[in-house]
Design a binder for this molecule. Sequence first.
Ligand code: TNX
Length: 526
Amino acid sequence: MTHTAPTDLIPRPRLLSPVPPGRGHFPLDRHTPLDARPGTEGVAHWMRSTIGAATGLPLAPGDDADHRIALAVDPALPPEGYRLVVDGSTIRLDGGSAAGVFWGAQTFRQLLGPAAFRRAPVVERNEWPVPAVVIEDAPRFSWRGMMLDVARHFLPKDGVLRYLDLLAAHKLNVLHLHLTDDQGWRIEIRRHPELTATGAWRERTRLGHRASPLWDERPHGGCYTQDDIREIVAYAAARHITIVPEIDIPGHSQAAIAAYPELGNTDVIDTTSVKVWDTWGISPNVLAPTDNALRFYEQVLEEVLDLFPSRFVHIGGDECPKDQWRASPAAQARIAALGLADEDALHGWFVRHFDRWLAERGRRLIGWDEILEGGLAEGAAVSSWRGYAGGIAAARAGHDVVMCPEQHVYLDHRQHAAPDEPVPIGFVRTLEDVYRFEPVPPELTEEHAAHVLGTQANVWTEVMDSQQRLDYQVFPRLAAFAEVAWSRLPAPADRDTADFERRMGAHYARLDALGVDYRPPGGPHP
Ligand code: TNX
C-alpha cells in the first residue's frame, strides 16, 4: 500500500526520527476513533471533512487506548509548533495551540499519501497504514504569506476558498488580499455603493500588446459582497489563516475615482471622464489630498475593520505618481498649509493619518516600501518589495517588516527563458531560485533581524485571467516558498536542492490529487 515516506514531507520538519522502513506502522482504518481534547475540536472537524472525505474513513469521535488518534494542546510546545508521534497503537498529535495541532494535521495528511488530497475516495480501501515516526516541528516565521491580486483579474469567491485550502496544505498562514487597484474595486462598501457598482467593472482589457491573449474588447469584473468576505474570513480562520486586507491609497486608485470623481484632483483633470482603467502600468490618477478623501477612506476602512479581524491592515502606498499634485493649485495650497516640504511629504501625510487612525482602533498599518519615502509613520510595518533595501532600512529603524523582494518571490514573473513560456513577463525565477531565497538579509544584526516578521510571495494577476494560469504561475514555486517560510534552512548556497527536488516528486502527486494545474517539472514542452 502506498503511503508517503516521512522523509518526503514538504515543508521539511525541524526534527524527524523515522523508524526504519517496514519497522512499524499504525493501521488507520474505519474503526480508528479520533479523540479531540479541548481546544482541538476545530482541527478534528477539519480532519473529518477533508481527510475523512478523501479516504472514506469516518474518524468518529471516541477513545480506545489500543487504537486511536489523539489530538491535544500542549502549551509547553511553541505556539504554532507540534509533535506527532506514530506507533503501532496510537497517533498522538500535540500542538502548542490549536494552530500547532492544525499544522501537524497537514503533516499527518502528507503521511497518508497523495490519495488523502482528493475530494472523494477513488477505490474502496480499508487500510491506510501510517508510517511510525516521531516529528517535532515549528515554523521559522510567524508571517508566512501569499499576496493575491484580485483587482487586476477578479477571482470569484470559490477560487479564493480553494487557494485558502492550498495555502493551508503548505502551512502558510497569511493571505494578503489586494482588493483595490486602478483596474477594479473588489469589495462591497455599503456606504459608498458606486465603488463596486461602477468600480468593479472595466469595459475591456488592453494588457501588453494587441497580439497578447489579454487584449480584448469584453468587460471584466466582479466583487465580493460583505457576506462573501465574512465567509472567506471564517473559512480562513478555520484553517488558522489570517486575511490581511489591502485598500490601496493614495495611488492605484483610479477605479475609486471612476466611481466617485470628487476623490481625484479635479483642478487638474476632468475626473468625471475617468473610467476604470483598461490597461496596466501605473495610472497618473491619484487621490486628491483633501479632507473629503480622508473621510471617504475612513468610512471605507470602518467597514473593512468590521469585516476583517486582522491586526494588520494594508494601505498600499506604492507607486503613487506625484505629477497631479505638482500641477494642482489645491494640492500645493495643502502642502503649504500643512507646512510640508514637498509632494513626498504629502504622501507621508496620507500614510501617517491612517497609521494614527488605525492605531486608535487597535490595528496596525502595513504598507509597501514607498511609505518610507515620506518619513515612516510611527507604528507602520513595511512590505519590502523593491528588493531588501526598504526592509533593511525599516528594520534598522525598529519597524516590523515582511520581506517580499520582487527579484525573488514575485510569482507573476516567468519561470523559464523559453520564448513560448505561457506567461512570459518579468525576469526568470525558477523553482530552484525560489528555494534559494533567504528572507533575512545577512546585513541585519540579530536585534534588527527580529523585526522581520516573515515573508510572502506576491501574485500580481495582470496576466492571470483564469484559475489555470494562476495555478501555473503559483505552482510548484509556492511549495519551495513554503519551505523557505516554514523550515530553518541553511544559507542559500548550502541548501540541498537535490533533496528538495526528490521530495517534490512526492509533492507533485499531492498537487495532482488536489487538481492543481502546476507548471510541469520539465516545462510545458518537455
Ligand atoms: C509592481 S509591487 C506593483 C504592482 C504590479 C507588479 C507587477 C507593487 C507594490 N506594485 O502594481 O502588479 O509590480 O510585477
